[in-house]
Design a protein. Structure first.
Length: 403
């Protein structure tokens, strides 16, 4: 799991200055120097200031240089963070139950967005085979060449007989029927940093300060200003207050409204409903960086060498989907979803078949389910078209009414 911030953790202040981009360890393989120069050139080209959302986009996705574009070593115990699929097969086993149900009522096809190391794809295919519900096609949407290579290697080592069912996409399809999966995808989409102040609403941007990068706030402009004003009214935001506004993630979800025929998006991530996201005590925002299993709030340091994330506003996701013609099929905690989909039954079967492996699997399940770990903070949302509920994963403790 990626480390997450405390409710009251401080976001960087507008005039914070980061040290020069770069790092003494293995700078060349990750292209920090090239990326720092690229960001500096972008700032100069834009007149000396770029939005934080643009900076985050470059830091994470600049071709060949960004965090997710330049290497494949982010995931797992040896990387910067551990995601749910890396904790063992239980996560995929429960998720496969829901995917099989959705495919039975739509089409035998899956798209996984941002497949990471390929572990979820491999475990998912293995579980779907066990359930007798293999998809005709399992497509992976990931533009990183290094991650694609790692995904292919994981699949080849784990389920080589199913590799011919897998393909990689360079862009979203024009139309699609089936299931779209996204585990910890929304949190890595660029966000805007916003300061609600006594004299107005400001957007944080990034400027050059000698050889360093620094924050500089400017009056927010449309459409960010309108969204910030609406949130201030709906959530009673009292200045001074700092948080994130995500425009990219809701827009990405809305795009599926033009693509999805019959099927569903199943998205898992850490976040909150809107009222909790913009809670008075969360006045420093949720933006965090992750590197070597440590969390920090210094996003301007070592661009390309650390992950940058923000929690997900699931209300904004649901509203955007609804405006695009998709229905909210369910919303609940990860713990409730996994329990609804039979994680405890899977554990019981694993104990009977391999008692020696069970303690490790049980420990992983504890991380997935515990309110102090991933169970409560992580949420699962299902959005779709042409399907009727209730879905298996949301039969108990569906929190859709709270969005």
């Amino acid at each position: 799991m990626k480390p997450v911030s405390r409710a009251g953790s401080e976001a960087p202040r507008p005039n914070d200055v980061a040290p020069p981009a770069g790092d003494t360890d293995a700078q060349s393989p990750h292209g920090e120097a090239r990326l720092a120069a690229h960001i500096a050139a972008e700032i100069d080209k834009a007149g000396g200031w770029i939005s934080f959302s643009r900076y985050m986009e470059l830091a994470l996705y600049a071709p060949g240089m960004g965090y997710y574009a330049a290497d494949d070593r982010q995931f797992g115990a040896a990387g910067d963070f551990v995601t749910a699929p890396e904790l063992g097969g239980g996560f995929a086993a429960a998720l496969a139950v829901q995917v099989a149900e959705l495919m039975a009522h739509s089409a035998s096809s899956v798209i996984e967005a941002g497949a990471g190391s390929g572990r979820l794809a491999a475990d998912m295919l293995r579980e779907l085979e066990r359930l007798g519900a293999l998809p005709t096609r399992y497509a992976i949407l990931d533009l990183s060449a290094s991650l694609r290579a790692r995904q292919r290697a994981t699949l080849a080592a784990t389920v080589p007989h199913l590799l011919d069912r897998v393909c990689w996409l360079d862009h979203l399809p024009a139309t699609f029927d089936g299931v779209v999966l996204g585990n910890e995808v929304l949190d890595a989409m660029p966000v805007s940093l916003v300061d609600w102040c006594e004299d107005g609403i400001y957007e944080r941007g990034v400027v050059r300060a000698g050889d360093c990068l620094a924050f500089e706030a400017r009056p927010a402009s449309s459409p960010l200003r309108e969204r910030a004003e609406a949130l201030q009214a709906e959530c009673a935001i009292a200045a001074p207050y700092t948080s994130e506004i995500a425009l990219a993630a809701p827009a990405w979800v809305a795009t599926w409204g033009d693509i999805l025929g019959r099927g569903a998006l199943l998205l898992i991530d850490y976040g909150f409903a809107q009222g909790e996201f913009y809670h008075p005590q969360r006045n420093g925002g949720t933006l965090m960086c992750h590197r070597r299993h440590r969390a920090s709030d210094t996003p301007l340091e070592v661009p390309g060498r650390q992950d940058i994330t923000a929690h997900v506003d699931f209300t904004a996701i649901a509203e955007s989907a609804s405006a695009a013609g998709l229905s909210l099929l369910g919303y609940t905690t990860q713990a409730s979803f996994l329990l609804n989909c039979g994680l405890t039954e899977w554990l019981a079967q694993a104990q009977a078949s391999d008692p020696a492996a069970w303690p490790k699997l049980a420990g992983a399940a504890q991380q997935l389910l515990s309110p102090a770990e991933m169970g409560e903070l992580f949420k699962v949302i299902a959005l779709g078209r042409g399907l009727a509920g209730p879905l298996r994963g949301f039969r108990q403790n569906d929190r859709a009414a709270r969005l």
